[in-house]
Design a binder for this molecule. Structure first.
Ligand code: GLU
Length: 292
């Protein structure tokens, strides 16, 4: 069997909620179902959004649910030099360029070209700085996305996925104007450094995968397999968040919460609570056609 290493990679911006527990449980079950390791990585690269002490809260919550990292927990905040190295590599190989545009500059350029539709609230970068800064100061760094064919990738649950990154997203940010490295770059560097063979995470992140595959290719890194799990929806039908009714998880009654998360993953309640994890691992193997 190949060397399976999976991970759960929460950002310490708030405690785990029902939605994040689904992703944590799914990634743990997939690792156990394939005789692999399960790692926890704290994605605290965006210091503007992280809350002090939240990493410990999340790790305690995971432990209360019986989910414990097989290796010491990795913190992205201690790995900035590696993201800088990766950026240098992309600059040297002609894949990254500096950008001086503010959000307002991008909006204006889009209005001029008739492209005013934002995508998930993000503006598609019109490529203004691709051919030089023309004396303006560099604010951020972007990846050059080639307008070739749409990128195809396989999701173990959703099947074949496709995205034309150049047309649908545009040259995306690698390092922001405030000096923070972007999630896309950090996650790709760390997945490769930790030897992650399988990424199992919430479906809301599926849309990032094509960008991450482009970066893996530009950095000569392997592409892991991907499985995006169903989302827990809030009262307004949108992805669960604190704003639409996400309740704090009740760690005092872990089995109730775990049963709910398992149900979202299509797994039924185990006959004997003491064997819950073993039972779910067996169900997971059936669901994803994994050998026993
Ligand atoms: N840190 C990201 C989040 O909490 C997850 C990243 C990933 O699993 O790729 O949404």
């Amino acid at each position: 069997m190949r060397n399976y290493i999976g991970r759960f990679a929460p950002s310490p911006t708030g405690p785990l909620h029902a939605g994040s527990l689904v992703a944590a449980l799914a990634s743990w079950l997939d690792a156990r179902a394939q005789g692999g390791q399960w790692l926890v990585r704290i994605e605290d690269v965006d210091s503007t959004r992280c809350l002090p002490g939240m990493d410990q809260t999340i790790l305690q919550q995971l432990a209360a649910f019986g989910l414990i990292s097989d290796q010491p927990v990795l913190y992205q905040s201690g790995r900035i030099h590696l993201y800088q190295q990766a950026l240098q590599h992309l600059i040297a190989s002609g894949h990254a360029y500096p950008c001086s545009c503010s959000r307002r500059d991008i909006e204006l350029a889009q209005q001029r070209s008739g492209h005013v539709k934002p995508r998930h609230g993000e503006l598609i970068y019109p490529g203004t700085c691709r051919h030089g800064l023309h004396g303006r100061p560099a604010r951020a760094w972007r990846l050059t996305t080639e307008a070739t064919h749409p990128l195809l990738w396989q999701d173990r649950r959703l099947g074949e996925q496709t995205q034309d990154v150049a047309a649908e997203v545009g040259d995306f940010v690698l390092k922001r104007a405030d000096g923070c490295f972007a999630y896309q770059l950090a996650v790709v560097v760390d997945d490769a450094a930790q030897g992650i063979s399988d990424v199992v995470r919430g479906e809301d992140l599926a849309d990032n995968t094509a960008r991450q595959i482009l970066l893996q290719r530009a950095l000569n890194l392997p592409t892991p397999r991907y499985l995006h799990t169903p989302l827990v929806l809030g009262a307004n039908g949108e992805k669960l968040s604190k704003q639409n009714g996400a309740q704090a998880l009740d760690s005092l009654d872990p089995l109730v919460e775990l049963n709910r998360a398992a149900a979202v993953l299509g797994l039924s309640a185990p006959p004997a609570p003491a064997d819950a994890f073993a039972n779910w691992v067996a169900q997971w193997r059936c669901l994803y056609n994994l050998p026993p």
